[in-house]
Design a protein around this ligand. Structure first.
Ligand code: ATP
Length: 218
């Protein structure tokens, strides 16, 4: 049964255009810190940023290749099944209805993404639906705007604090290994004919090469 005594479920949304070792290592370490399986959720039509270059099905396929061989990180393709923008609040409401009101959920976001939270649809409502796991990300440490700081004040919780007994509402800081890798830099390398080897899993690089993603406009 889904309740507060169950293992938390963690979610990491993103465009994953393409998935890279920065995502994967952060998700892996967050999974260990939280004692949670992490669902990586590719966005179909991300509302807060430029549209991805690779189509949704290709981004999900690259994720599946990247996750092959382990079970702690899994793909959740629910946002790909909608053709409307992937608003996190809608996704979390759907998931909340599935797992029940008491099950702890943790939304994993890099500190760069978290800094922009106040521009997300119904952002304050998100704290009623999930905890946040804010992952360190080198080179992307923008200051949090005042309204976000005010919302977070009083919500910060240590990893060994009592967030596990609540379904939502706390903000956890996750000090993941700093890997300064971004999908933007990988796309730029591919566009000029460089090889982003060791920044993405080998199987992902092979798929990018086979399909020609990012070397020509998709
Ligand atoms: P782009 O360069 O295209 O903006 P990205 O590399 O930031 O892409 P996204 O798919 O937008 O990747 O990121 C999904 C989530 O993963 C976001 O919460 C982002 O902050 C986080 N993230 C991405 N790269 C890292 C990294 N190197 N370390 C920690 N978190 C990361």
């Amino acid at each position: 049964m889904s309740d507060a005594s169950a293992a938390p479920i963690a979610l990491m949304g993103g465009t994953f255009d393409p998935v890279h070792n920065g995502h994967l290592r952060a998700a892996w370490e967050a999974s260990a810190w939280l004692g949670a399986r992490v669902r990586l959720m590719p966005a179909n039509v991300p509302p807060h940023r430029p549209q991805p270059q690779a189509p949704a099905a290709a981004r999900a396929a690259m994720l599946r290749l990247a996750l092959h061989g382990q079970e702690r990180l899994v793909v959740d393709d629910r946002e790909l099944r909608r053709d409307s923008p992937s608003f996190t609040v809608d996704t979390l409401r759907e998931l909340r209805a599935e797992v029940g009101a008491r099950h702890p959920l943790v939304l994993l976001v890099g500190e760069d993404a978290f800094a922009g939270l106040a521009s997300w649809r119904e952002w304050r409502e998100l704290f009623a639906l999930t905890h946040f796991g804010v992952m360190t990300r080198p080179g992307h440490e923008p200051a949090w705007p005042g309204e976000l700081q005010a919302e977070v004040a009083g919500r910060e919780c240590a990893l060994d604090g009592d967030w596990r007994s609540a379904p939502a509402g706390f903000v956890l800081r996750l000090d993941v290994t700093a890997l300064e890798i971004s999908a933007t830099a990988i796309r730029q390398q591919l566009a000029v004919g460089e090889e982003p080897r060791y920044l993405v899993p080998e199987a992902v690089l092979a798929a990018i090469r086979a399909e020609g993603w990012y070397t020509r406009r998709a």
